[in-house]
Design a protein around this ligand. Structure first.
Ligand code: CP3
Length: 342
């Protein structure tokens, strides 16, 4: 068993720097395309055997030091009672967005065993196969709320921020339910065998820091506190575009902070408080010529040498146009450069 990832989460020195990539399973991989070509994305998420297969693909191909469950942050929103559609090229759609009190009251807090058994079954199957740790995950409440309030992806979050500013009680009632759903969903993942948990706050960076403090942070704090009562596995919080939020996120009771590429890694480490750090290569840096990519990775490893714990990752997900050979070059470089001298 390769436990370097779990050790780094806990701030321990490791034989090499562990590496995994957000969205390491997905459309840039021909093997994923092959499995996906015959069914929809949601069918894939809900089929434990196939979800297991695509989770394992990047581990087998590239030798990542951790696996992440193949699923989507929006699966529990569907289980809350909201019809969910994915259309190729358009991303997720909620045809019945949550905009008023009636819709908020209709949201149910699902029971993971009963309503999302396929997620737990996938975790159990994966644990039998894997020789690296398995990361479970969920969306953070603010990020999830943007999808269900806007009805899909958004640029300016007009409906979400409008609700925050004009109907804060309505906003809070929706976020409270999403928070309860997320806590119990993650606890169920841990019980089924997930060995670390990551909260994805993909849109946190769209908030002014004062609004993040009032309308996003408290729900993350609640989930982390709930999780600490039920499990002692490492907890990771990733706020995309979150450099300006570090004064808040560095106070969170997480083990690891995920960092995007818009801040130098050394600055993020300095400002991350007691946390281990995970990140932060620009996903588009995978398009650099080999020598430049390797030089950038070497520089990051040098910057991270004093971190309390360091996990190499991208600053956000792998983009579909990425050349898999470049991923291999990056993973090998992290392993090779960070083992030198050990
Ligand atoms: O390998 C992994 O990282 C595990 C699987 C995973 C997916 N989505 C698979 C996926 C994870 C961890 C996610 C999280 C997720 N989903 C986030 C948070 C991380 C982030 O990227 O910010 C968000 C915001 C979503 C919502 C979502 N899912 C969007 C906006 C889209 C459409 C955009 C896109 O890339 O297609 C998805 C679809 C999605 N989720 C795909 C995959 C592999 C593509 C589906 C396909 O095959 O067409």
């Amino acid at each position: 068993m390769n436990t370097t990832f779990l050790e780094a989460c806990r701030g321990k020195k490791t034989s090499h720097v562990p590496v995994w990539f957000m969205r390491q399973a997905g459309r840039y991989l021909p093997d994923y395309q092959r499995v996906r070509s015959r069914r929809t994305f949601l069918e894939l998420c809900k089929n434990p055997e196939l979800a297991t297969e695509v989770t394992l693909q990047p581990i087998d191909i590239f030798g990542f030091d951790a696996a992440i469950l193949f699923s989507d942050i929006l699966i529990p929103m569907e289980a809350m009672g909201l019809p969910l559609e994915f259309h190729d090229g358009r991303g997720p759609i909620f045809p019945e967005p949550v905009r008023d009190q009636k819709a908020a009251e209709a949201l149910r807090v699902p029971d993971t065993e009963a309503d999302m058994p396929f997620v737990l079954e996938t975790i159990r199957l994966l644990r039998r196969e894997l020789k690296v740790p398995l990361i479970g995950f969920a969306g953070a409440p603010f990020t999830l709320a943007t999808y269900v309030i806007e009805g899909g992806s958004s640029k300016n979050f007009v409906a979400t921020k409008g609700m925050m500013f004009h109907e804060p009680e309505l906003y809070r009632s929706i976020l409270d339910k999403i928070t309860a759903c997320t806590s119990s969903y993650l606890i169920a993942q841990a019980k089924a065998g997930a060995q670390a948990l990551q909260l994805f706050d993909s849109w946190a960076g769209a908030l002014a820091p004062c609004d993040y403090e009032r309308f996003a942070l408290p729900y993350v704090q609640t989930i982390l506190a709930d999780l600490r009562q039920h499990t002692d596995i490492p907890l990771i919080y990733f706020a995309n575009n979150g450099a300006t939020l570090l004064p808040y996120t560095s106070t969170l009771d997480a083990d690891v902070l995920g960092i995007d590429w818009r801040i130098p890694l050394a600055d993020a480490i300095r400002r991350a408080g007691p946390h281990a750090v995970q990140g932060n290569l620009d996903p588009l840096a995978l398009f650099l010529p080999k020598e430049d990519l390797e030089a950038r990775i070497a520089a990051m490893l040098a910057d991270a040498s004093e971190a309390r714990g360091y996990i190499f990752n991208l600053g956000h997900g792998v983009v579909p146009e990425t050349d898999p050979d470049q991923v291999k070059i990056a993973v090998d470089a992290v392993h090779r450069f960070s083992s030198q001298g050990n």
